[in-house]
Design a protein around this ligand. Structure first.
Ligand code: ADP
Ligand code: MG
Length: 320
């Protein structure tokens, strides 16, 4: 990218997301490195995610939603370990420097920058096929929630509803503001494009959960990760999966259950809580936010109970 327009572009669309008034930021975007003061007694955690056009989002995805979703997906990893968002960096590869696109993409990022007071402190901007890479950093005042702490006897639970983002894949090509979109389709599309990272829940879970993971690749796949990391069996009750009204109006129960098990992109949290802490935990979370969907028992693997059906696959994998 010609250097003048590259620097103008960064100056106009990304530097304002730096929130350099924040006391801990010693140097934001604009120099060879950013510099940040880490608070004493806290640990810094980090995670990087890449989204590639045509793989993680459709061609011609709306830029506001793309910016929001790329950052929300990355922030969801901070939620899963119970961290507070601290700052992020952005490596953006663009086919061209379309100002209108950049303004909207930057506004999508800004929603979460403002919500969590979470500055963008640097990055890289290059020309090529549209790709968004975001590295997020978070602060932890207690040990991170891991995938490996689940124990036999724990309750298994999930936040929100499952399968909504997966159902939206059928009509991603329809414009979000199109009149031909029905209300339920609109709801599911907004679940796909505008997921809510469960930061507040992750922080509550720090005091209660034995294991936690965010659902980016589908419930079955993530339950498998907890099972392997914790060396336990995960029992899922298919009758208990939280399914939205919109999903159930568009699919039959079996179709909705398949999506809840196998489709990704919901960015909800899947976690285990020791049974003796469960009722106190429930009294500390907003009504309706979490649902018990099974339990942890001795053994290995993921067992599906409560309903017999053929399960198609086990989540999205890039190299299989
Ligand atoms: P260098 O060549 O020294 O690596 P660059 O020319 O890549 O620096 O970037 C110049 C400055 O702009 C750096 O401070 C970098 O962090 C920042 N920057 C580049 N791209 C972005 C972006 N997409 N978002 C935020 N800051 C960016
Ligand atoms: Mg340099």
């Amino acid at each position: 990218m010609a250097s003048l327009s590259e620097f103008d572009l960064i100056e106009r669309y990304f530097s304002p997301l730096g929130l350099t008034s924040s006391k801990s930021v010693l140097l934001g975007s604009g120099d060879d490195c950013g510099v940040i003061q880490t608070p004493a007694e806290m640990s810094l955690c980090f995670s990087v995610d890449t989204m590639v056009e045509g793989v993680h989002f459709p061609k011609n995805a709306p830029p506001f939603e793309l910016g929001y979703r790329a950052l929300a997906a990355a922030v969801s990893d901070l939620a899963a370990v119970g961290a507070t968002p601290y700052f992020f960096t952005l490596a953006l590869t663009l086919p061209d420097a379309n100002q209108d696109w950049l303004a909207q993409f930057s506004s999508g990022l800004k929603v979460l920058v403002d919500k969590y007071h979470f500055p963008l402190l640097g990055g890289d901007t290059t020309r090529g096929p549209l790709t968004v890479t975001i590295q997020v950093h978070g602060l932890l005042s207690k040990p991170a929630l891991l995938r490996s702490g689940a124990r036999a006897g724990d309750v298994l639970a999930v936040s929100g509803t499952l399968g909504d983002a997966g159902a939206a894949l059928d009509f991603l090509s329809i414009d979000l503001n199109s009149e031909s979109l029905e209300e339920d389709q609109q709801f599911l599309l907004s679940k796909y494009y505008l997921p809510t990272p469960r930061i507040e829940l992750g922080q509550i879970l720090q005091d209660y959960a034995s294991a936690c993971i965010d659902i980016s690749d589908g419930l079955l796949a993530e339950a498998g990760h907890i099972s392997r990391a914790s060396k336990v069996k995960v029992e899922l009750n298919l009758e208990s999966l939280p399914l939205s009204g919109a999903l159930l109006r568009l699919k039959d129960v079996d179709g909705a259950t398949q999506l809840a098990l196998n489709s990704g992109d919901d960015y909800e949290l899947l976690f285990s809580v020791p049974i003796d802490k469960w009722s106190e935990f429930c009294s500390n979370v907003p009504e309706g936010l979490v649902t018990q969907i099974g339990s942890i028992v001795a053994g290995e693997g993921v067992e599906l109970r409560g309903k017999s059906m053929d399960i198609a696959n086990k989540g999205y994998q890039h190299f299989e």
